[in-house]
Design a protein around this ligand. Structure first.
Ligand code: XMP
Length: 319
């Protein structure tokens, strides 16, 4: 009889048998898949698991603190928190092409991860949160096109260069099963039911050149949008929602003065498979509230626009 507790017992037994006494490392991103993989592995092998969380400077507001709190503080998972934001931003300086930015972020991640794993020479396994749809995808099927349009950054290449055996405990599961498993393992619902967040993070949501100043403004604006989506019940009704930073200044007024500040765009979509998507018909009152809050609370932004483009022909991300 299939139940989640039975499934967990079986998965734990399988992992223990596979890994034995050996040590495992896992790149924890804060996304659903790597989080659930970490929680499952921790249940199975406890101290034999070390997670590496890389802050690339392109994460959402308080992301690193939340990951450390959930995993290190609450679950007692060993997590190495690497703040590599300066490194990433340094390599991104002056780069405007979206694909070039993706490549740099992907390459830098591999670099940082390798440095960290070199400090754990006893590790024999590299765990990844690969889920069933990823297995199908890399076998080359209908989603192949997405890869040629955008080089989706994943941790591909790591197992080869690290000489580690690959451990993929979620390989047989669909996304909804992964989420259920996460909740059963005690992960917070908000973490397990999060919208997807791309590997290159805010790097592809800051159009053109990435600068720390832009990332800081974008993080704060994005947090306001997400907070208001939760408060209004719209987070669950959308598949993905975020703010995009436009490196464009426009004129505004504040008090007696004229302002000349940045513009951000709100993006919210509804989709089944992310291959096609509709822009979400968010209530005007909600859009107004988000706009007011961003403009009032985030000094440096004086204009907010809403993206009403479907996919196709637009993509979900702006880069
Ligand atoms: P687009 O913009 O192609 O996005 O309509 C479809 C889905 O893919 C995500 N996306 C990425 N995910 N690395 C990722 O890990 C990437 O480079 C990347 N580009 C887009 C996007 O967030 C959406 O969910």
């Amino acid at each position: 009889d299939w139940t989640m507790p039975n499934y967990i017992d079986e998965a734990v037994a399988r992992i223990r048998e596979q890994v034995g006494e050996e040590e495992v490392i896992l790149g924890l991103s804060g996304g659903v898949d790597s989080s659930v993989a970490a929680a499952l592995l921790h249940r199975a092998i406890g101290e034999q698991l070390t997670c590496v969380f890389v802050d690339n400077g392109l994460l959402r507001l308080h992301e690193a603190e939340q990951v450390m709190q959930t995993f290190a503080d609450n679950l007692g998972v060993k997590v190495i928190h690497v703040d590599a934001s300066d490194e990433f931003l340094k390599h991104l300086a002056g780069v405007t092409d979206p694909e070039a930015k993706r490549k740099i972020i992907g390459r830098e991640f591999v670099e940082v991860f390798q440095q960290e794993s070199a400090k754990l020479p006893q590790a024999r396994w590299l765990a990844q949160g690969t889920i069933y749809p990823d297995v199908i995808e890399s076998a080359g099927s209908k989603t192949k096109k997405a890869h040629t349009i955008k080089s989706h950054h994943n941790v591909g290449g790591l197992p080869d260069t690290l000489h580690l055996k690959l451990l993929e405990p979620l390989r047989e599961l669909f996304k909804d099963e992964v989420r259920e498993l996460g909740v059963a393992l005690g992960l917070p619902r908000e973490m397990v039911y999060r919208h997807p967040f791309p590997g290159p993070g805010l790097g592809v949501r800051i159009l053109g050149e990435v600068k720390k100043e832009y990332a800081d403004l974008l993080r704060r604006a994005d947090a306001i949008f997400i907070e208001e989506l939760h408060a209004s019940g719209w987070y669950e009704k959308t598949s993905q929602a975020f703010v995009v930073f436009l490196p464009v200044k426009s004129v505004g007024v504040m008090g007696d003065g004229r302002t000349y500040e940045w513009v951000v765009a709100l993006r919210a979509v509804q989709t089944q498979d992310f291959m096609t998507a509709h822009w979400a018909e968010l209530p005007h009152a909600l859009l107004g509230k988000v706009s007011n809050r961003i403009i009032n609370e985030v000094r440096g932004i004086n204009r907010v626009v809403y993206d009403v483009s479907g996919k196709p022909p637009a993509t979900i991300e702006w880069e």
